[in-house]
Design a protein. Structure first.
Length: 302
């Protein structure tokens, strides 16, 4: 590894947990951003140095980047809440980290964007990811930006939501036709890409789009997942307008303690459009063959 001291924002999330474990195995020093005392204690027990703060509140980040070589920004939200908009989490948060990183003279800024990031995208998620990318590219700090497709592994939010439907409901409602294509990628392969990016100088200054080895429709993903689970439930296609109309019912249900997987109107729309790139993107850019979705989901369910 060319770098030793990492600061990881988003370390407590799905991708972050896998990344921290891998970097720990490589004997790196990790400072992790946490938002609660409880998470700080957990971080200490795992051998990391916690920094209590919030990416959207600059004053809470003071001192976080002392002696840091690489700033890793994995913070992202898939749904806005009343207190946290996409702009705040993605754009303002990244801006705050960049300003701090400039002062501390860090060697590298890593930003986790997403496949589909585009300033002209109809989706706020993708637009704000693209805006954050622009800030990183203009920062003057050496950078690497990843634009991965859907990431699958133990604890990933996408699989968790589907598992909840499969386990608790008699049928699987799919908003729309379910024929939009995705390119699922194992989190273990994402970590391999990250490590490769830290080792190879040639990837600095690049924005790298990548995904798994197959293009699969949402319907196909559900079929493979149910096969891996050994459970079958009928798939029912529901017009997306109907699903959207039902969103308030889901919120009411959760208020009275009935948990239903939550989804936003934008997520419903995101499920209707292809989110893919070349199937050899990892081989071409990182030099190895990624695993299939079938293998990735098998590992995730282990
Ligand atoms: N998972 C995928 O399939 C996928 C695909 C493409 C791109 N991405 C991107 O990859 C990144 C990681 O995804 P993920 O699946 O690991 O997400 P995740 O599990 O939801 O984790 C999000 C992380 O961001 C942190 N966070 C949120 N708001 C924050 C704030 N205001 N200040 C500090 N930390 C904050 C969370 O901290 P708490 O623990 O305190 O909530 C958590 O550590 C995201 O940027 C996402 O957009 C993910």
């Amino acid at each position: 590894m060319r770098y030793k001291n990492f600061f990881i924002a988003g370390a407590t999330g799905f991708v972050g947990r896998h990344l921290c474990q891998a970097l720990k195995e490589k004997s790196c020093n990790l400072t992790v951003l946490v938002r609660t005392e409880e998470k700080a204690e957990k971080a200490i027990s795992e051998g990391y140095r916690p920094h209590l703060g919030d990416i959207t509140r600059k004053e809470t980040l003071k001192g976080a980047l002392k002696d840091i070589d690489v700033v890793v920004n994995l913070v992202g939200i898939i749904r806005e809440t009343s207190g946290l908009t996409f702009h705040k989490a993605h754009v303002e948060g990244t801006y705050n980290l960049i300003e701090l990183a400039k002062n501390e003279g860090v060697s590298l800024f890593f930003y986790q964007s997403a496949l589909g990031a585009d300033l002209k995208s109809p989706f706020k998620y993708s637009r704000t990811k693209a805006e954050a990318e622009e800030l990183v590219r203009a920062s003057g700090i050496p950078y690497i930006i990843f634009r991965p497709s859907l990431i699958i592994g133990k604890g990933d939010g996408f699989t968790k939501n589907i598992l909840e439907l499969i386990n608790r409901f008699p049928l699987i409602p799919v908003p729309g036709k379910g024929d939009a294509r995705f390119q699922p990628l194992s989190v273990d392969d994402w970590v391999r890409c990250f490590i490769r990016a830290m080792e190879e100088e040639g990837l600095v200054g690049k924005t790298l789009e990548f995904g798994g080895p197959e293009h699969l429709t949402y319907n196909e993903i559900l079929e493979i997942l149910m096969d891996a689970l050994g459970k079958r439930k009928p798939i029912v296609h529901v017009p997306k307008s109907l699903v959207k109309a039902g969103l308030p019912l889901g919120r009411i249900a959760s208020l009275v303690g009935i948990s239903v997987p939550s989804i936003s109107s934008e997520q419903i729309e995101l499920l209707q459009v292809d989110n893919i790139t070349r199937t050899d993107s990892i081989e071409k850019q990182f030099g190895f063959k990624p695993m299939s979705y079938k293998e990735a989901i098998k590992r995730a369910l282990r």
